[in-house]
Design a protein around this ligand. Structure first.
Ligand code: CMC
Length: 428
């Protein structure tokens, strides 16, 4: 017999169904709560609220498990390409050889952005943060494809928007960087694969032959896979909630990019490197900074530590830490920040404060050190995260529209003044 949850209010007992996912996660379905009882639930920050059912990504925070469409992240990061993983997330299964070839070649057909968009870049100051530029540019894409404004068009039309986004995001991201250096924009080279093409547009110069170490391409591929989806996190929930109003996909993804930018979310990777640099410049006294992080009077937090869901370890961080050692060794990079990061991790993991709160390094703790070794400038770190997360955002948006989910619209408990009378300005 299926489980029932009972809530007693004012002497009456109400029953609510319990639903169970394929990984045995349980939820009390309270969708009928207000209609039945007049009450709503209160859960600031949605710490205990399941906003949807989803068949895309499974995450077990206690056990440190992450799977995309049933495939463990460890296996995908080791064996797959980012484009394969993007296909898997968006369409539900790993592609066959033909499906992958078609997907890849369709993406390369759309890597150019409209020439008029170049003028937008030129109007930004050189110091503009690339996440601000990227979010605006992605929303601007909707103005070039007015037919995309109706997200309920045919599946073929949806797929075209999806391909355009996957194809153009690296171009827009690389151009945001080129603009900040006032260097000429490099047009995409479609003979290169997704990651290599991005590195080409970032680092190539028209006057020089472009060479890139395959270690760098592989590292980027791995990092993008690790970022590709993470179920109902802040930016993904943003994409779903914006999309639920039937705003177009470009607008929804642009909103996701803005949500990702915050230092508590994807922006943490930039903050981690800046923190490590500060500790290094300050003499490298790790204990002093751990003390600061524990001090409730001090706003400093150990960036790259802690996670809303992972309370044991972040499986992405485990893979990234190992990759960090391997990549730096292969590239012959000796970064003093890596030693500080390892010391910081060691001290924090042995500290009662961090142990009691289950605070462990998250995906952002070591990823910045890898991005730095790959030559990616610090302000571009969160942009890298956004490129990696794009297939996940798209998959979640697609699932939401296909399931015909209603508009996202939480309730609140009002705590303001009950009633006041308007007083004319001269009498206030
Ligand atoms: N340094 C010091 N104390 C911390 C930290 C930290 N990084 N993270 C959490 N705490 C403490 C916090 O002060 C609180 O202590 P107390 O119980 O005494 O009040 C306790 O741990 C619980 O923290 P919380 O802020 O209530 O937890 P949350 O689930 O709301 O926040 C978090 C999760 C990731 C926002 C938070 O851990 C944090 O700010 N970490 C640093 C930023 C960061 O690395 N963000 C990237 C997250 S992973 C990438 C992604 O997917 O976005």
């Amino acid at each position: 017999m299926s489980e029932i949850a009972k809530i007693e209010l004012g002497g009456t007992t109400y029953e609510f169904p319990v639903i169970e996912g394929t990984e045995n996660e349980k939820a009390i379905d309270i969708s009928n709560l207000r209609a039945a009882t007049g009450y709503v639930t209160l859960d600031t920050g949605y710490k205990n609220t399941g906003a949807t059912t989803s068949a895309i990504t499974f995450l077990d925070g206690e056990e440190g498990i992450l799977k995309y469409r049933g495939y463990p992240i460890e296996e995908l990061a080791e064996k797959a390409t980012f484009i394969e993983v993007a296909y898997l997330l968006i369409y539900g299964n790993l592609p066959t050889v033909t499906e992958l070839e078609t997907f890849r070649s369709n993406i390369t057909k759309h890597t150019l952005v409209h020439e008029d968009m170049k003028q937008f870049f030129e109007a930004y100051p050189a110091k503009a943060h690339p996440m601000g530029v990227l979010s605006s540019m992605v929303c601007s894409l909707s103005t070039f494809y007015p037919e995309s404004l109706d997200p309920n068009r045919s599946p073929e039309a949806k797929d075209l928007t999806i391909l355009r986004l996957l194809a153009k995001l690296p171009t827009l991201a690389a151009w945001a960087y080129k603009n900040s250096t006032r260097h000429p924009f490099m047009y995409p080279k479609n003979e290169f694969d997704y990651c290599k093409n991005f590195l080409y547009m970032m680092f190539a110069m028209p006057t020089e032959e472009f060479k890139v170490d395959p270690v760098v391409v592989d590292a980027l591929n791995k990092l993008f896979i690790l970022h590709a989806d993470h179920e109902q996190n802040c930016s993904t929930s943003t994409v779903r909630i914006v999309g639920s109003s039937q705003a177009n996909l470009y607008a929804s993804i642009s909103a996701g990019i803005s949500a990702l930018w915050g230092p508590l979310h994807g922006g943490a990777n930039q903050e981690v490197i800046e923190m490590l640099e500060k500790i290094h410049a300050d003499g490298g006294d790790v204990d002093k900074w751990v003390l600061k992080a524990k001090d409730k009077e001090d706003s400093f937090r150990l960036m790259g530590f802690g996670h809303r869901v992972y309370k044991n370890f972040d499986p992405r961080a485990k893979i990234i830490k190992k990759a960090c050692d391997d990549i730096l060794t292969k590239l012959g990079v000796n970064d003093p920040l890596l030693a500080i990061a390892k010391k910081l991790e060691q001290v924090a993991l042995e500290d009662e404060y961090f142990k009691a709160r289950n605070l462990y390094p998250n995906v952002d703790f070591y990823s910045g050190i890898i991005y730095k070794a790959l030559g990616i400038p610090t302000e571009m770190f969160t942009v890298m995260f956004a490129i990696g997360r794009l297939p996940g955002w798209i998959a979640q948006w697609k699932e939401m529209t296909e399931n015909k989910e209603p508009i996202g619209r939480p309730r609140q408990i009002y705590t303001g003044v009950v009633l006041r009378q308007y007083v004319p300005i001269e009498k206030r």
